[in-house]
Design a protein around this ligand. Sequence first.
Ligand SMILES: [Zn+2]
Length: 242
Amino acid sequence: MSDLLTLDVLAFAPHPDDAELLCGGTLARLAREGRRTGIVDLTRGEMGTRGSVEIRAAEAARAGQVLGLAVRENLGLPDSQLENDVATRLQLVAVIRRLRPQVVIAPAPKGRHPDHRVAAQLVRDACFLAGVRKVDRASEPHRPRKLLHAITYREDHVKPTFVVDISDDIKIKLAAVACYVSQFEGVIQAGEVYPTGAPLAEVIRHQSAHYGSLIRCAYGEPFWTHETMRVDDVMALQVETF
Ligand SMILES: [Zn+2]
């Protein structure tokens, strides 16, 4: 397969709009820096109260353009009934082997919506299995090098393993979220975002500013990994203690 068709970073999202809310700034920054990024939405969000599958698909496509994605696809799995079973894992394995991302982003292991919790483990399992040749002999094995869990908005989570500075990309993130007119216009709550009474865009901005403050910048997005981060030069460590 040509490298031109493969991705550097791929985010799996349970529903269209989740990736924008959780890691849209990071994806925008990666694209701005010349990386090839993609989002694969697992479901079409057909259980949502607002909008329709068709409208959400059009909104997702527009948001993908705003983020500068190279790829945006939808697996059409059942909304609110997402399962980490053999058949579903194989669908994700096929996507991972075709797009061959080096880094994969999944939702936080904890979450309000059952689909988000299932997706976190489903994506993790699929990333591992994609590297097992005999899982499907028809395609070349590929195991992503790194799996990140996007823990934005999760107040029940441990400290982030790291925060990505999205100060230069917050406008793009908010513009991508704003593409989902059917979902977010006039609303104060969405996905993992707990309502405060302020308009959704303001809550996202406040939350992003909080994560940014953890690394002393204007806006940030938090991630968590099972693995520990390596440091070679303690003198180069950023984020001063005092
Ligand atoms: Zn969702």
